[in-house]
Design a protein around this ligand. Structure first.
Ligand code: FAD
Ligand code: NAP
Length: 309
């Protein structure tokens, strides 16, 4: 039987937080397992353009992902495919990392699993997922070339992706539940100046109608002040209503808050010795690439100090 692979630090998730933690931990001389369930880059992989990561006035998400990934590998981190299901602290101070068939042991762990997109939970959404409803404009926008679509949400993601889509489609309706956007002013101003973008204020979708052939037909919108409902016939919908933390592998450890975010101190240390966290998965205010990388650097430094006793 193969002996279980052991690392000084196991980093769960290869988004910007995990990849930066990998660079710092490997450069500190630790053996690093960077365990990822999908493609390296995390949410950056599906972001068309990043304009606020210092040093790059503009860089595509996939390009920045590959730069960080190459950096982590050159620094000496070992990339391992694995969907981590459970982290079990052991009596001897080690941590068992369970990923289905695969298992690893680590002296310390950095949780950098980020978030996953939220769903509206309204009729028609499940049936049309991937067949007219998408959570990724960069992946699916091209299917709607020259057609009309809706974007739901008023945050940075919704507005940024509405601007991206307007370069492909004939019209973008942004559906927002209030009369003011949450997105940064620079993005708001770009959207307001874009003739292909129309914002439908104080409204929420209540249902997606599916044709007999199982295709997207329309979205029903409810105006929250008049309570009036109208059907908007478009070709598809992109949903950007926020994200929830990915922390199921921490169940039972008592280090998450009611919303599921990991609670850590300024050293990125959780209440369980040897377990640190970084990036969007944390309970924190500003979720950005630059803050994720910063958390990753601090978490790696703290793991190093912890291992040195
Ligand atoms: P993530 O990027 O979410 O990475 C987490 C990684 O962990 C993923 O690769 C995931 O597959 C992996 N993972 C999860 N669970 C497991 C598991 N059980 N086992 C193994 N691996 C696992 N920020 C900016 O600064 N500028 C922007 O322009 C910008 N644009 C954005 C556009 C969109 C559409 C979105 C959604 C976000 C955008 N952001 C932007 C925010 C930014 O992408 C995030 O703040 C950042 O990616 C968080 O990094 P992270 O490493 O914490 O998590
Ligand atoms: P977000 O900031 O949480 O915004 C979610 C939006 O969806 C809000 O406008 C919210 O309305 C709306 N919403 C929430 N639930 C809804 C529901 N059930 N029905 C209808 N509308 C609903 O999420 P995000 O835009 O995905 O951003 C996530 C994080 O990534 C943020 O920290 C953001 O700054 C960051 N990000 C940064 C950039 C960038 O820097 N360029 C780009 C993308 C994302 P209310 O406004 O009324 O709450």
């Amino acid at each position: 039987m193969n002996e279980m692979k052991k690392f000084d630090v196991a980093i769960i998730g290869a988004g910007p937080a995990g990849m930066t933690a990998a660079v710092y931990a490997a450069r500190a001389g630790l053996t690093v397992g960077l365990i990822e369930a999908g493609a390296p880059g995390g949410q950056m992989v599906n972001t068309f353009e990043i304009e606020n990561y210092t040093g790059f006035e503009s860089i595509t998400g996939p390009e920045l992902s590959m730069k960080m990934f190459d950096h982590a590998k050159v620094a000496g981190a070992e990339y391992v495919y694995g969907d981590v299901q459970k982290i079990v602290p052991q009596a001897d101070g080690m941590h068992l990392i369970e990923c289905g068939m695969n298992q690893f042991m680590a002296r310390s762990v950095i949780v950098a699993t980020g978030t996953k997109h939220r769903k509206l939970e309204i009729p028609g959404e499940a049936e049309l997922a991937g067949r007219g409803i998408s959570w990724c404009a960069v992946c699916d926008g091209a299917f709607f070339k020259g057609q009309e679509v809706v974007v739901i949400g008023g945050g940075n993601s919704a507005i940024e992706e509405a601007i991206y889509l307007s370069g492909l489609v004939s019209k973008v309706y942004v559906i927002h539940r209030r009369d003011r956007l949450r997105a940064d002013t620079v993005l708001q101003n770009r959207a307001f100046a874009d003739e292909k973008i129309e914002i439908i204020w104080d409204s929420v979708p209540t249902k997606f109608t599916v044709t007999e052939e199982g295709k997207f037909q329309s979205v029903t919108l409810k105006h929250l002040i008049s309570n009036e409902e109208t059907d908007l016939v478009v070709s598809g919908a992109f949903i950007y209503i926020g994200n929830d933390p990915v922390t199921h592998m921490l169940d039972g450890l008592g280090i998450t808050n009611d919303a599921g975010n990991v609670v850590a101190d300024g050293h990125m240390a959780t209440a369980v010795p040897g377990i640190f966290a970084a990036g969007d998965v944390l309970e924190k205010e500003l979720r950005q690439v630059v803050t994720a990388t910063s958390d990753g650097a601090i978490a790696a430094q703290s793991a190093h100090k912890y291992l040195e006793g």
